[in-house]
Write a protein that binds this ligand. Sequence first.
Ligand SMILES: CC(C)(COP(=O)(O)OP(=O)(O)OC[C@H]1O[C@@H](n2cnc3c(N)ncnc32)[C@H](O)[C@@H]1OP(=O)(O)O)[C@@H](O)C(=O)NCCC(=O)NCCS
Length: 157
Amino acid sequence: MSIEAPGSLELRLRRLGPGDEQACQTLEQLCRPHGWDLQQWNQELEDAQHCVLGIQRGPDLLAVASSWLILDELHIQLVLVHPVHRRTGLGRWLLTQLIQRGLARGASGATLEVAASNTAALALYGSLGFRTSGRRRGYYRDGQDALIQWCQLGPTS
Ligand SMILES: CC(C)(COP(=O)(O)OP(=O)(O)OC[C@H]1O[C@@H](n2cnc3c(N)ncnc32)[C@H](O)[C@@H]1OP(=O)(O)O)[C@@H](O)C(=O)NCCC(=O)NCCS
């Protein structure tokens, strides 16, 4: 699938796989500390049970998101958008696509964990219907709490 962004090269959304680990890790290093190493990205991209979607413009990977279906629960693992391309709808596009694909495979709900201070991610998830359902105290390396979020999925999601 692709869309034409105003005044720019075409954006292309595609499922990522083996061979994309370097681009994913490079993007992640721009987005958050303590990300996955190349081997972890390799495993993520090789696992057919995981869905990793990316948005590219030409050869450049601008955003990536990944999920994993466990029974009827879609687990959103991460969503990363290049700092220069934030607030242009890429994060919402990727999550919406992950959810649509999860629904098509039988998901009835989606869940994720997010740092309590990550206001951008919380706003994005909230705009898609995610609500906080639990908290893991001191879950992250820096001592921050993780919020567990849940979104009920239905035919209109
Ligand atoms: C969180 C993140 C993925 C958001 O991606 P994005 O592409 O900028 O988000 P979108 O443009 O799709 O935003 C969709 C909506 O989310 C909300 N939102 C996103 N970023 C926001 C911010 N910084 N402040 C307030 N609201 C925000 C808004 O409601 C926005 O809609 P609007 O622009 O029409 O107001 C991005 O900031 C990011 O990569 N952060 C670093 C990595 C990270 O923390 N990922 C999450 C945990 S893995």
